[in-house]
Design a protein around this ligand. Structure first.
Ligand code: E4P
Length: 217
């Protein structure tokens, strides 16, 4: 499973990219709005750091405008994937951009029916928002399972990008289910490293080693 960082904060990417575990980045207007500076320059910097797909979302609401904005975003860097919100306009824009060879991530997907429509217009990725579903007492992972089942049966090439991830269990569940990609806030990626028994085990190894060295002198 590919691991993306869900962030527009360049220091997050600078810190995580050297670990060698990051395959791409997703941003959205809310994440970019939190950052200082020119959004295009931020996207360019992220593309350079990660060297993989970087989703940049349109803020237009009409299909034709989404296409123009998507073309402009795609011009920032070859790694840019244009993110469009699900809806009639987004679906039309997805088809048009895909026909021009621009990869599209259809976002704000909350049902298998929406994922099916996105796949039919050639979306490179669909982003089911699992945390926001869990927040309203609906199983986000069940949605991922349904989408994967439909894509498998109909041999859609669209990749399932699990989004709105809240913690390490979402990541593990997505991996166990065979999802293509999971995009995580930096703090969730940090949490994947943590286990108290690893810390206790390492402390004991080092203490035993120090004691043995001291006994030899
Ligand atoms: C994905 O592409 C979105 O940017 C993101 O996962 C949304 O997550 P949120 O529900 O935590 O805002």
């Amino acid at each position: 499973m590919k691991l993306f960082v869900d962030s527009a904060h360049v220091p997050d990417i600078e810190r995580l990219a050297p670990l060698g575990i990051i395959d791409g980045v997703t941003t959205n207007p809310s994440l970019l709005a939190r950052e200082q500076g020119d959004p295009d320059a931020i996207l360019k910097a992220i593309c350079t750091l990660v060297g993989g797909p970087v989703s940049a979302e349109v803020v237009s609401t009409e299909a034709d405008e989404m296409v123009l904005e998507g073309q402009r975003l795609a011009g920032i860097d070859p790694h840019i994937v244009v993110k469009v919100p699900f809806g009639r306009a987004g679906i039309r824009a997805c088809r048009a951009l895909t026909e021009q060879g621009i990869r599209v991530n259809v976002t704000l997907v909350f049902s298998p029916a929406q994922a099916l429509l996105a796949a039919k217009v050639g979306a490179a990725y669909v982003s089911p928002f699992i945390g926001r579903l869990d927040d309203i007492s609906t199983s986000g992972m069940e949605l991922v399972s349904q989408i994967m089942d439909i894509f498998d049966k109909h041999e859609f090439a669209t990749e399932v990008l699990v989004a709105s991830v809240r913690g390490p269990l979402h990541v593990v569940d997505a991996a166990a289910m065979g999802a293509d990609i999971c995009t995580c806030p930096a703090k969730v990626i940090d949490a994947l490293f943590e286990h108290p028994l690893t810390d206790i085990g390492l402390r004991k190894f080092l203490a035993d080693w120090e004691r043995a060295q001291a006994a030899k002198v």
